[in-house]
Design a protein around this ligand. Sequence first.
Ligand SMILES: Cc1ncc(COP(=O)(O)O)c(C=O)c1O
Length: 407
Amino acid sequence: MIDTQAIRKCFPILSRKVNGKPLVYLDSASTSQKPDIVIDTVSDFYRNSCGNVHRGVHALTRETTELYEDARRTVARFIGAADPAEIIFTRNATEAIHMVAWSWAREHVGEGDEIVISEMEHHSNLVPWQILAKERGANLRFLGIGMDDTLEPGDLESLITPRTKLITVVHVSNTLGVINPVHEIIRIAARNGVPVFLDAAQSVPHLPVNVAELGCDFLAFSGHKMLGPAGIGVLWVSKNRQREMKPFLTGGGAIDQVGRDGATFNEAPYKFEAGTPAVADALGLAAAIDFLDEIGMENVRAHEEELTARALSSMSRIDGLSYYGPEQTALRSGVISFNVKGIEPYELGSYLDSHGVAIRAGDHCTQPLLRALGISSTARVSFYLYNTINEIDFFTGLVEKAAEDGI
Ligand SMILES: Cc1ncc(COP(=O)(O)O)c(C=O)c1O
């Protein structure tokens, strides 16, 4: 079990007040808070080492390059990548998804081809595929959601055809909180020779994730949701698929030789990192990973499961409250979307904010999913390693009162 009080001391923002009340931050699925070590790593870089990477011979640029490549090795180790060259730094998960759509899928998806996706996707992992499909004359086919609110792998065999070029699904839903059966999905895909892209924006920060063990082809996540800075994300691509990818952006760093009429490209991963990268943010992400590693991802997961169980148990006793996603905590991460009869999610969010409790209200960038559920918005809480049982109780107590009073 983890020492939450000791962990909280590492996060300076958690001691501030909001609206005169102690901050209770329950919006980590949107973005996480940052420990001192991440904030200090970013500022130390600018104070002491700031140079560009892979350009020039002076001490600062050599040092910066070393730090940046160390950060890549840290990320690779964290997700079990076979080689640091499989790690491509991007701005965020959204950019990483676009890189797969532009650099790989545009070369491999043609007229009449099919991409299997789901209604549970964040817009960042839906709209790029809609655009690609339209442009190429390809079709999106939708994997169903089962009784337990997870994606239904049983449907996959019947959805896959000789025209299926990619399966792209969310590992953990940012709205339902479900942990999808991606091992089963990947097994079926592999049996049929179809590559799999995993949107891991909500899984890598909260669960142990190992790409070698998963056996997928592409995986994307964002630094800011896992204690790291905003502006850094990761696309992991297996070596074999990387060879099939064209550069996304071109220019400095991505290039080998340039003539008047054309260019040849650098090797991976540099080929996919054109322009000056967000070095300080990559170092901040590596510091965040070291922090998480020290606590242990199994412990992070166990703590969030305990918080989720407590929240669901209290929420299920509140009259007029309905939550979405499965009841079994083993099937869900620390994300709970819910509605209270007669109270708009935004109204509830503002009420909680007035008590210092930060939650999210809206469609969570999953409009097709909410439409399928017959709703247009929800309130959402999401937990992380720094949240406590007392905070959960404080939040559920306020919701209970709001439900009783109709606010
Ligand atoms: C499941 C999922 N995918 C993708 C994204 C996009 O992440 P980012 O905004 O960091 O690019 C999010 C963000 O909330 C998400 O929850």
